[in-house]
Design a protein around this ligand. Structure first.
Ligand SMILES: Cc1ncc(COP(=O)(O)O)c(C=O)c1O
Length: 410
């Protein structure tokens, strides 16, 4: 058992010795189970952040924890310089489940985005015949693919471009949900890929118009451009289907997965593609000491089995509908929009600034519900997919009480 510590002390230590790259909600969590979290003093919360949508199977899912424990006592890491008895079975299971010929396992979501970026560039040179050094990747404004240099370079956040300059060349940014801009960007024969989030998560849960992804896939196909779906946040059943792309019947050429691939236990990410694409990466082109470790593979297989066997897509679909319809029924002037799919949802508020959104989340936390703003006036609500209707109604009740108390103030 680790030593007990008060919330106050934990925050002091983190402030004194930690880094400043996050602005956490002032709550110190010490335990999690399913959709619940407990702080150091034992207060219980409904977790609607779920580790930024990673803990889809619920905190400390017994089956995933068991796989983690057993494998941790058996073999954790050999590196891909050697084979392990876990990577093959996981790769077989995952490729069958998602319907691709091959999988490349990495660690974080950003890591997988980097992998996909390298992969499509090399594919562009070797298979499409793009002249050396000219491959381009089309991305969308307000995208979020992580925090590495590649992801920062792809991002339309120009403040970050300035902070971390010089950024990488070769990303072409177009507006999201805009097929005319995509069609025009794809006229350039040096475009290797279009990388897109089927639903933009960090941008504030932006669901594109019906038919967008389907038509984008057709445009890419017509121009010999790879369609890469970043499903790190929306994938693995969070939106009510195994992949968010499936809502439009789209099979992207490349899929990027992360977050829920390990049920939030350890960083596991992956890139899925068919042989003609993924075989472009040969020994020495890419890798990672921890990517595809026996521990990661064992846990990821268990995490996916839980999603399938517990029918989490169906539950996400059902619970998401309940959430959105109950919140719309508040009929509150404070709420300007309720949007999302499955359990990837956001509520937009008539706040004047980010301080109000933060204060609102503090009020939610006091009442026992954890959520965070994703944009200055938008709060994301993404519980674990194992949530029950009673738990959902309890959370919506807390949200309603908080909305009513703010209506009196505003
Ligand atoms: C769509 C998408 N891609 C990539 C990432 C980066 O994942 P990670 O934080 O694991 O690097 C995120 C994280 O929120 C994401 O939402």
């Amino acid at each position: 058992m680790s030593e007990k510590i008060s919330s106050q002390k934990a925050m002091e230590l983190e402030k004194k010795h930690g880094s400043f790259n996050y602005a956490p909600l002032p709550v110190v969590l010490a335990k999690g189970q399913g959709v619940y979290l407990w702080d150091c003093e034992g207060k219980r919360y409904l977790d609607f952040l779920s580790g930024y949508s990673a803990v889809s199977q619920g905190h400390c899912h017994p089956r995933i924890t068991k796989a983690l424990q057993e494998q941790a006592e058996t073999l954790t890491l050999v590196s891909r310089a050697l084979y392990s008895d876990q990577l093959g079975p996981f790769a077989e299971y995952a490729t069958r489940l998602f319907g691709y010929e091959r999988i490349l396992t990495m660690n974080t979501g950003a890591d997988a985005f980097e992998t996909a970026s390298k992969l499509v560039r090399k594919w562009g040179y070797e298979k499409k015949g793009i002249p050396a050094g000219q491959a381009k990747i089309v991305v969308c404004n307000d995208n979020f693919h992580g925090r590495t240099m590649g992801a920062v370079s792809a991002s339309s956040n120009t403040a970050h471009h300035g902070f971390f300059a010089p950024i990488l060349d070769g990303f072409v940014r177009i507006p999201y949900n805009d097929l005319a801009s995509l069609e025009s960007a794809l006229q350039d024969p040096t475009v290797a890929a279009f990388v897109v989030e089927p639903i933009q998560g960090e941008a504030g849960i932006i669901v594109p118009a019906e038919g967008y992804l389907k038509r984008a896939a057709e445009l890419c196909k017509a121009k010999g451009v790879l369609l890469v779906a970043d499903e790190v946040q929306a994938g693995i059943s969070r939106t009510g289907k195994l992949l968010a792309s499936h809502h439009e019947g789209v099979r992207p050429d490349v899929v990027i997965l992360g977050k829920a691939l390990s049920g939030g236990t350890l960083p596991v990410s992956a890139v899925l593609a068919d042989d003609a694409i993924l075989s472009c990466l040969q020994p020495g082109d890419h890798g990672s000491t921890f990517g595809g470790s026996p521990l990661a593979c064992r846990v990821a297989k268990a995490a996916l089995e839980v999603v399938v066997e517990e029918k989490l897509a169906e539950n996400a679909q059902k619970m998401g509908q309940i959430f959105r319809s109950l919140v719309r029924d508040f009929g509150s002037k404070l709420i300007t929009d309720v949007r999302g799919m499955g359990l990837l949802n956001a509520v937009a508020f008539a706040f004047t600034d980010n301080d109000q959104a933060n204060q609102f989340c503090l009020d939610l936390k006091e009442r026992g519900l954890i959520a965070k703003p994703t944009r200055p006036t938008v709060i994301r609500f993404c519980p674990a997919l194992v949530i029950t209707e009673a738990q959902m109604r309890e959370a919506v009740g807390i949200l309603q009480d908080t909305v009513r108390s703010w209506e009196k103030k505003c």
